[in-house]
Ligand binder design. Structure first.
Ligand code: KG4
Ligand code: ZN
Length: 341
């Protein structure tokens, strides 16, 4: 007997992207993301403004995902949502919407950990036929709030082998960009300028962290003092050297990420290696990983750009894995600002 199909809606609202996606039996039918311009002028995400923008965006974003998938709300079999980690007010919007939808349609509700979803984004079937990592594999998860090395044994079992002691890699990119006077989020802008710069133009110190940990706050402080001293000597220093500065700070961040990943491969013996999260969109990191993979014989998995930064396709995918095991949650579920992998 053929199994009835599962049409699952995923909702993401953990930070400053309101997103909805629909997956039918594991295949992606729709993927809609609405960014929030409102934070730009403040140089970072303002939590209260994020919550309000999510409230404004959530209905049109979900309506547009349903339209893209050519289905109506009555066709949905289940709904998954980001429970955390993230901004409490922002998470509340997606969580409340998902709960109300599940209740009104009488369909299962599935809570998803955002960081696990970044990793499971590798399994989204977008019709491209790209290869998927084989379990167990090692994943470097690099986002705006997290930097982790994770051993993934199956779609439900994640073990953190190492993580940052202070700032996340995305935060390091964004803070460096802010010091340079670039608007938020600065990571993609550093990447853009770095393409035309010399990564060896300026040198920055490397953090000494035990085990498989990371640290980026020392680099940020060193960068702040470097820019302060150089602009004191020459007020046009940033303007005249922007590409080289961006290429150099990017190289410093990328080097420390690749070094730890290489160490984790050696310690675990896992050679199926994946990268996930917003910073995996960085061209310098992608290139450095490809070179390292070639040199060391790793099988490397890098997500398509649309699935690196925050999206709901990954929330729907993680939800689909849980759906297959009947891992549903009740109406008493609440968001978690902190939610360990
Ligand atoms: O995963 P994500 O979209 O959101 C979180 O879960 O945090 O990651 C956002 C982070 C931001 O810090 C952003 O600057 C960074 O990813 N990012 C990049 C690039 N694209 C996004 N950093 C460097 N280069 C990029 N191309
Ligand atoms: Zn994210």
């Amino acid at each position: 007997m053929q199994r009835p199909s599962c049409i699952l809606l995923g909702i993401e609202s953990s930070c400053d992207e309101t997103a909805a996606a629909i997956i039918k039996d594991g295949k992606l039918l729709a993927n809609v993301v609405a960014g929030q311009e409102v934070h730009r002028q403040w140089g970072g995400v303002v939590p209260e403004l994020a919550s309000r923008a999510h409230q404004q965006n959530i209905v049109p974003v979900i309506a547009s995902a349903l339209k893209q998938a050519v289905i109506g709300p009555e066709d949905l079999t289940a709904v998954s949502f980001t429970r955390g980690p993230g901004l409490m007010g922002a998470l509340l919007v997606g969580t409340s919407f998902a709960k109300a939808l599940a209740l009104s349609r009488n369909i299962p509700l599935i809570e998803v950990n955002h960081m696990q979803a970044h990793i499971l984004a590798h399994f989204i079937d977008d019709g491209s036929g790209r290869d998927k990592p084989a379990f167990p594999f090692l994943c470097l998860t690099v986002s705006g709030g997290h930097t982790q090395l994770v051993k993934v044994s199956d779609p439900y079992t994640f073990e953190i082998l190492g993580e940052t002691q202070d700032d996340a890699a995305g935060e390091a990119f964004d803070k460096a960009a802010k010091i340079l006077g670039l608007p938020y989020p600065g990571g993609p802008l550093i990447d853009k300028h770095a393409v035309n710069g010399n990564p060896d133009a300026f040198r920055f110190p490397e953090a000494q962290v035990p085990g498989l940990g990371f640290s980026f706050s020392g680099l940020k402080t060193a960068f702040l003092y470097f820019i302060r001293d150089k602009t004191a000597e020459n007020p046009k220093f940033i303007e005249e050297n922007l590409n080289d500065i961006c290429a150099s700070i990017q190289q410093a961040i990328v080097k420390s990420l690749v070094k730890r990943l290489d160490q984790a491969v050696r310690e675990t013996g896992l050679t199926q290696v994946a990268v996930a999260g917003g910073v995996s969109a960085n061209s310098g990191l992608r290139k450095a990983l490809e070179e390292k993979a070639k040199e060391k014989g790793w099988t490397l998995f890098v997500p398509p750009f649309a699935f690196c930064t925050d999206n709901a396709a990954m929330i729907a995918m993680a939800g689909y894995f849980k759906y297959q095991r009947g891992e549903f949650c009740g109406q008493d579920v609440t968001p978690l600002a902190r939610y360990e992998v």
